[in-house]
Every structure is written in structure tokens, then in C-alpha cells.
Write a protein that binds this ligand. Structure first.
Ligand code: F6P
Length: 486
């Protein structure tokens, strides 16, 4: 099997150990073993890259990692612009934060077209392409324009929101139409898949039957593949991490005090303001918890040049300083706040040290931190996961204490409940969640998607594609970088 996996961000093996939680960290162990070529951004940009895609290739496990320098002229419009100031807020149901310009959309399309051209050097008649995430909604359509006939799959790591939100995203009909060039589109949850089907119906007038939609591109299968982790490997890492200097120092500093931990990218979807307000409320409602539990909040800076992220950074810092000012004492700090990233081998140990894991996003595709927190626990004395019901992970981890992240009082009460939960109940919940983590491992996710993608090639054999979409809906014009949609 010739497999090419594509994502904007890639992980570069042990030396460049990725943060937990994200797509790159999740994919690394499975892509390494699969023999696939993993293509993504090198993190560098280059002038004139439109003319000649430059690819740097290095070995990665059984396969290879191919790093692309993206076109300098379009990078900001693509990444900070359309991907993260239009698509990201829309996909996380924050229409109020959508900022979009026509130029940003053009840059997004240009970068998708550029990556498609770069991928052609790996293309053989039997190559399976597996494209990851919202950065590349139109990459499949660009590959088809370049003559790729083999199967192309797409997996969305974020939620797919309701059609009212999608309607607020400029260019959404073109993007939806372009996505139908994929043979298989995978979602994290059934809700995401149903929302997408609803959008196809209302925006494109298309019906889905038996999980399949027919368009001028042929057939596209829609399915749900909840992403997982390698729970046993993570558990081993947590046991080992206990001797890591950062973990030992944290343990020594606690002196019998309990610890709650939150680990997030500094992103408005993660619900940090509500979480901190819930701790504030908890200490006010339960003064007995002052000095007996503190919160370690790791918030890794992210997408800092986008105003919404800069504003959030200031708001979170201000709120934490107010809470610490209100409840702190000369020898006790309620919230320890760290604005930097940690590698998996340290984080696993930090998770294991904490009696409560707080994962309370307002909306999240899956949230692998929730899964990692559970896997890192000691089976004989596990901590308790407090999990937002709006994280995809809540579908499987229903033995966590599920909370509504908009209900500050409710979260405060639930965190207090978690802190006093008896051992027998903690063990029961932990075992139920570990059973789910074993059932939906990252290896299973990878194998299920690839198998389903291969199966689409059989689907196609006996089906005639529908005629082209109505004239005027999709107009192509030649450009320096190939076809574009308008
Ligand atoms: O879908 C989520 C994701 O792609 C994950 O990889 C990660 O949570 C985040 O977005 C990464 O964002 P960025 O690459 O912008 O840091």
C-alpha cells in the first residue's frame, strides 16, 4: 500500500517531542509504523514557492517525513487568515469571531493548490492520499484537477457545527462542493457527521443515502471515526515520568495538598475563562478547599498574531491574577499558571500527579488531553476526570464527571465532588474509561480509516458520476497555480 498522509503541522520524532493533545502527537506513533509518507509544513516560508515546490525529505520510522516550505506571499492569509480567523471560529461555533477577506480566501485556495502540486511527486496510480483537518478542505479537489484518480480521504479533527453557523462562513458552498472530491470524509462524532449532512442538504441541495452522497465528483462516503490514543504506551510513559525532575519538583512542592491540572493550547474554544471562574467560585463556596487544593494550568501560547488570541491571553492572565490576589496567601498560590509547552514525557507525569483533570472546552473535536489524563492515572489510586459534555471525548468517556462549561456554579460543585470522591468510585470510573480507550485506540482509528478508504475504490467501480453541478455555481478559471473556485 502506498499511503501519503498530509497535515499542516507534523511531528518530527523524539528529538522534537510534540505537546500532547494535538493531531501531530496523535499521528506520530501510527504514521511511523505504517511506512507512509507524511507531508506537512516545514514551518518555513519561501518566496516564489508557487513556481517550484521544494520538499525536504527525512526518514520517519518505516516511512518518511516530507516538509514543504509554503509560499511566503500566501502563508499569513492561509494560516492566520482563512484557516484560523474564519474556519477555526466557524467550526467551533464562534461566528462572532469570524474575520475574513477575499484575499485570505484566495491565499487559502493558493496554498491548497500549492500543496496539491507538491504532492504529485509522491503520486503513483495506486497511491492513497489521506488529508487531515480544516487547513485542507479543498486539497482533494485540487488533486483531482491535477489528474489524481486514486482514493483520497479526509478526516476532520475539529467539530462540524450546525448549518446556521456554517451559513455564516463566507465561501461555504464552494468549500462544501470542493470537499465532495474526497472519496471518504471522516468525523469525530455522529453529531458532526449529521451536521455536515444537513449542510449538504441546505447549501447544495444534496441528499445522503446510506452514508453516501453523489455529486459531480462521484461518490463520497461519510463516516465517524473517533480518534484515540495508545493508552498502554501513555500509561507506561506516566509511570516512567515520575522520576522526571519537573515532576519530582512538582510533587515535593505540594506537601500533601491536592492538585487539579488543566493542559490546553491558549485558545478560546478551550473554555479557560469559565474554568478559572469555576475554581474561583469553588474556593468561595468551599473555604475548606483553600490551601488544600491548587490548580496547575498549563496554557501553551498559540496563533499569537491573531487578535482574538492576544485578547484571550490578556484576559486569562488578568483573571488568574485576580483569583490569586483574592484567595492567595503569603505561602500559598491557588493557581500556578505556565505559558509554555511541555513534551509528552513530562506531561504524562504531571497528569499522574493530579487528583483531578479538568478538561472543559466550550466545544472541541475530540480533546485527546482528556484521554491522556485517564491513561496516565495509577490503576490503584486514579484521579478523576472532569470533562465538558461539548468535547467529542465525552461520547466515549461518559464515566467522567461531565459538566456544562457555561455553568460556572455547576462546574465549581463538580470539581469539589471530584476532590472528595471515594477510592472505589474512582477505580470504577477509571476502569470503565480505560476499557473504552482500549477499544478505540489510535491504531484502530488509523486501520479503520485506511480500510474504509481502500474500500471506496471498490465502491467507485460500478458507479457513474453525476453530471456537472448547475452552470454558474462553480466557475473555473485558469490561474498561475491551476484551477480555482469562485
Ligand atoms: O484540529 C485541531 C488541530 O489541528 C490540532 O492539531 C491541534 O489541536 C491544533 O489544531 C493545532 O493548531 P496549530 O497547528 O495552529 O497550532
Amino acid at each position: 500500500m502506498n499511503l501519503v498522509v498530509v497535515s499542516n503541522r507534523v511531528a518530527r520524532g523524539k528529538a522534537n517531542e510534540p505537546m500532547t493533545g494535538g493531531l501531530a502527537a496523535a499521528l506520530l506513533p501510527v504514521v511511523e509504523k505504517s511506512g507512509a509518507i507524511w507531508v506537512g509544513s516545514s514551518g518555513r516560508v519561501r518566496d516564489g514557492a508557487q513556481l517550484e515546490p521544494i520538499v525536504e525529505i527525512e526518514p520517519l520510522g518505516e516511512g518518511a517525513l516530507a516538509l514543504l516550505d509554503l509560499p511566503a506571499a500566501h502563508y499569513a492569509g492561509y494560516y492566520e487568515g482563512f484557516a484560523n480567523s474564519a474556519l477555526w471560529p466557524a467550526l467551533h461555533s464562534r461566528s462572532d469571531l469570524i474575520r475574513v477577506s477575499h484575499d485570505d480566501y484566495e491565499s487559502y485556495r493558493e496554498v491548497n493548490a500549492f500543496v496539491a502540486r507538491s504532492l504529485m511527486r509522491f503520486h503513483k496510480p495506486d497511491t492513497l492520499f489521506w488529508i487531515q483537518d480544516y487547513h485542507f478542505l479543498s486539497l482533494g479537489a485540487e488533486l483531482r484537477d491535477l489528474g489524481v484518480k486514486s482514493a483520497i480521504g479526509f478526516f476532520l479533527h475539529t467539530p462540524w457545527p450546525s448549518r446556521c453557523v456554517v451559513d455564516s462562513l463566507p465561501h461555504h458552498p464552494e468549500l462544501l462542493e470542493a470537499m465532495l472530491a474526497y472519496d471518504l470524509i471522516g468525523f469525530q462524532t455522529a453529531d458532526d457527521c449529521e451536521n455536515f449532512i444537513d449542510c449538504l442538504r441546505t447549501s447544495l441541495g444534496l441528499k445522503v443515502k446510506g452514508g453516501v452522497v453523489r455529486s459531480r465528483h462521484g461518490r463520497t462516503r461519510l463516516a465517524v471515526f473517533p480518534i484515540g490514543i495508545d493508552a498502554d504506551k501513555f500509561a507506561q510513559a506516566a509511570t516512567k515520568a515520575v522520576s522526571h525532575p519537573d515532576v519530582s519538583r512538582l510533587r515535593r512542592s505540594l506537601q500533601g495538598e491536592k492538585l487539579a491540572i488543566g493542559v490546553d493550547r491558549l485558545d478560546y474554544s478551550k473554555g479557560l475563562v469559565n474554568r478559572i471562574s469555576a475554581f474561583d467560585r469553588m474556593w468561595s463556596l468551599h473555604p475548606n478547599l483553600l490551601r488544600s487544593v491548587s490548580l496547575l494550568q498549563i496554557a501553551t501560547p498559540s496563533r499569537e498574531s491573531i487578535p482574538a488570541y492576544g485578547n484571550l491571553q490578556s484576559e486569562v492572565a488578568r483573571l488568574i491574577s485576580e483569583v490569586n490576589g483574592r484567595h492567595g496567601e503569603v505561602d500559598w498560590t491557588p493557581i500556578r499558571y505556565l505559558n509554555k509547552g511541555y513534551g509528552q514525557s513530562v506531561l504524562a507525569g504531571l497528569y499522574r500527579t493530579a487528583q483531578v483533570g479538568v478538561v472543559t472546552p466550550l466545544y472541541d473535536g475530540m480533546n485527546l488531553v482528556a484521554k491522556e489524563y485517564v491513561a496516565a492515572q495509577s490503576p490503584v489510586d486514579p484521579g478523576v476526570l472532569v470533562l465538558s459534555k461539548f468535547a467529542g471525548a465525552a461520547n466515549e468517556l461518559d464515566a467522567a464527571l461531565l459538566v456544562n462549561p457555561h455553568d460556572i456554579d455547576g462546574m465549581a460543585r463538580t470539581i469539589a465532588t471530584a476532590l472528595s470522591m471515594p477510592l472505589a468510585e474512582r477505580c470504577m470510573r477509571y476502569e470503565a474509561m480505560m476499557a473504552k480507550l482500549h477499544r478505540h485506540s489510535i491504531q484502530q482509528w488509523f486501520a479503520d480509516f485506511v480500510t474504509a478508504l481502500q474500500a471506496t475504490e471498490l465502491d467507485e467501480a460500478d458507479v457513474e458520476p453525476l453530471p456537472a453541478t448547475p452552470p454558474g455555481f462553480l466557475v473555473r478559471r485558469a490561474s498561475s497555480s491551476g484551477a480555482r473556485y469562485h
